[in-house]
Design a protein around this ligand. Structure first.
Ligand code: ARG
Length: 606
């Protein structure tokens, strides 16, 4: 793993011999920690306030004119003095030096502006040596997090909710890995229930081995639709009786009893579907550690759940069915069925059993369920049941929810399968690319590029707003190269790549650039923004919002684009060209890291 050369030695070269590293900080991975450590140490000496109070009180400014960081003085809880008076007094005693260009009081706030010179010296070097490790941390070291996401239902369409779960879950997994966690990616398939009896009956009637081989997802859906129609017709014409439905019920009964004969076909359908899913997930840079599913919840676990619920007096009976009533604990949770009157289990009970199984398997420190808001109640109910059953790890469960995508249909307006949407996006992207003939001719593998840029379009559209907002699936906006879209970020990346190729400096030249030549304010703005990247990934780890990453990437690439007007590389003196190119290369690396973190493959040309 890449690491920065010894930070102390590097600081010494810059004339800083007494760097006061703060215990919890990681200044060798996060340059901002150098400043935070120093400021909290120095301000502690000046003010007498404990540096443990100062360090976490340092906040980003909303407006760059207010410097890099502020401390709202009231947060330091100094008794008997007015915050604005304190701020003023401390600012006067805090001289500009090698770390800070200025310290000023602004009402109750103390504002700090980092030394641009130190930033250039430290940050570009950090980024160019840490490479993909810039933005990582060790906070999760030794901890395991289970992330359950995507979880489609076999033989049913992969709907918009599954798409969001896939995209957000993939990102959250990468994010935790970046911060040192061991991540278990789990796909909890909808692969059990009476509908599989129905599917088997349908397959026996009109299934085709050939079609199943070549296109299992669509074929199974076809059968599913057809057999359901048949069942509904019978119900309607036959006084609410259906032979098909009875057969399906019997079939599923046998499956539940573990009758091998009846499980073979189901197993085959499941395996084939998973193989297909895998191909699609791969395009999204997702690989699961385990394909679990409702079928994989052991019977003993369910039996144990039911037994414990009864022992703890948590269930009541109603016409042979068993319920849990949450009224005593939380009115909003209502009541819920945990066992049907015919003794069969339910989605909810299976979730409880599965959670117990996962805790026993992974001893996780945290388990994240990425499921749409429509299942808020379901999730809250089964979390509560686990808590009521007395499992202390109930507090480690976390539901990461999200709003709906409206109007997601293929361009032809039919039922949606993920692979269809991806294919259509790719084709549409390809059409857009062809419009620029000259450029198009230079792209080596346009099909591949159209695929990657198309994927970025889908993913960025999905992740750019806060998770809980609904959004409208919008083909034209999504595919645009202008405005805040995936193609825009891909374009920004490929443009920086192209500059790197044209300039063609060695890494050594870039690392030893003369930073004193970066005098333009826009260069300072860019370096400040690049320095904050590790903090941005830490913020995302707290709020679990992909939009935190995207908002940053758009802001950063907009600054880069303003740089193009001022910081020229071509035709400049070599020394100046190298210093500027080093800055651009650092920006390119951060953009790359951000895209990869989101699950997007950055393109080098487009
Ligand atoms: N298969 C379910 C559906 O499509 C989603 C599963 C969510 N995960 C869970 N543990 N309940 O609605």
């Amino acid at each position: 793993m890449a690491s920065t050369t010894d930070l102390t030695a590097r600081l010494q070269k810059l004339g800083i011999s007494d760097f006061p590293a703060y215990p919890k900080a990681q200044p060798d991975l996060n340059p901002v920690d150098i400043f935070r450590s120093y400021i909290s140490d120095e301000l502690s000496k000046i003010s007498g306030v404990d540096r443990d109070l100062i360090f976490p009180a340092l906040e980003y400014t909303s407006n760059p004119e207010r410097g890099d960081m502020v401390i709202p003085v009231p947060r330091l809880r100094v008794k008997g003095a007015k915050p604005d008076v304190l701020a003023k007094g401390w600012a006067d005693k805090f001289p500009a030096n090698k770390y800070v260009d200025s310290v000023t009081a602004n009402g109750m706030f103390l504002q700090f502006t980092y030394s641009a010179k130190l930033l250039f010296n430290i940050v570009i070097n950090d980024i160019l040596t840490l490479k993909t490790d810039f933005g990582r941390s060790d906070v999760g070291k030794g901890q395991t997090v289970v992330v359950e996401f995507s979880s489609p239902n076999i033989a049913k369409p992969f709907h918009a909710g599954h798409l969001r779960s896939t995209i957000i879950g993939g990102f959250l997994s990468n994010l935790h890995e970046k911060h040192g966690y061991k991540v278990e990616r789990i796909n909890y398939l909808g692969d059990w229930g009476k509908q599989f009896g129905l599917l088997a009956v349908g397959f026996e009637r009109y299934g085709s081995r050939e079609k199943l081989q070549s296109d299992p997802i669509n074929h199974l859906f076809e059968i599913y639709v057809k057999v359901n129609q048949e069942k509904d017709n019978e119900l309607a014409t036959n006084d609410g009786k259906s032979e098909t439905d009875d057969l399906a019920r019997q079939y599923f009964r046998k499956m539940e009893d573990g009758d091998e004969k009846y499980l073979t076909l189901w197993q085959e359908l499941r395996d084939m579907s998973i193989e297909k899913y895998k191909e699609t997930y791969k395009r999204l840079n997702i690989e699961y550690d385990s394909y679990s599913g409702e079928s994989q919840v052991p019977k003993e676990k369910i039996a144990r759940v039911m037994k414990e619920l009864k022992e703890k007096n948590l269930v009541t009976e109603d016409k042979g069915a068993l319920l849990v009533d949450f009224a005593k604990y939380n009115k909003k949770l209502g009541k819920t069925l945990v066992q049907k009157s015919d003794g069969t289990t339910l989605y909810l009970t299976r979730d409880v059993g599965e959670a117990i199984k996962r805790y026993e398997t992974y001893k996780f420190d945290k388990m994240i369920y990425v499921i749409g808001s429509q299942q808020d109640l379901h999730t809250a109910q089964f979390f509560k049941i686990i808590e009521l059953m007395g499992y202390e790890w109930a507090s480690k469960l976390q539901h990461v929810n999200f709003g709906m995508i409206k109007g997601m249909s293929t361009r032809k307006g039919t039922v949606v399968f993920l692979s269809t949407i991806i294919e259509e996006t790719k084709d549409a992207m390809h059409e857009v690319m062809k419009k620029n003939e000259i450029k198009y001719a230079q792209v080596e593998d346009p099909d591949k590029v159209a695929d990657l840029v198309g994927l970025s379009a889908i993913m960025v559209q999905d992740m750019q707003s806060k998770r809980n907002l609904n959004y409208e699936f919008d083909w034209s906006r999504m595919l645009s190269f202008e405005g805040d879209t995936g193609p825009y970020l891909q374009y920004a990346h490929s443009r920086l790549r192209s500059m790197e190729r044209n300039a063609n400096f060695t890494e050594k030249e870039l690392l030893n650039a003369n930073w004193d030549l970066l005098t333009e304010p826009i260069a300072a703005t860019l370096i400040r923004t690049l320095a904050s990247w590790p903090d941005v990934t830490s913020t995302a780890l707290k709020n679990l919002e992909p939009s935190t990453i995207l908002t940053y990437l758009f802001k950063m690439t907009h600054i880069v684009s303003s740089c193009y007007d001022v910081l020229w590389v071509m035709g400049q003196e070599r020394e100046l060209a190298i210093a500027r190119m080093a800055l651009y290369s650092a920006a390119r690396q951060v953009l790359y890291n951000g895209l990869v973190l989101l699950g997007i493959t950055p393109v080098d040309r487009m």
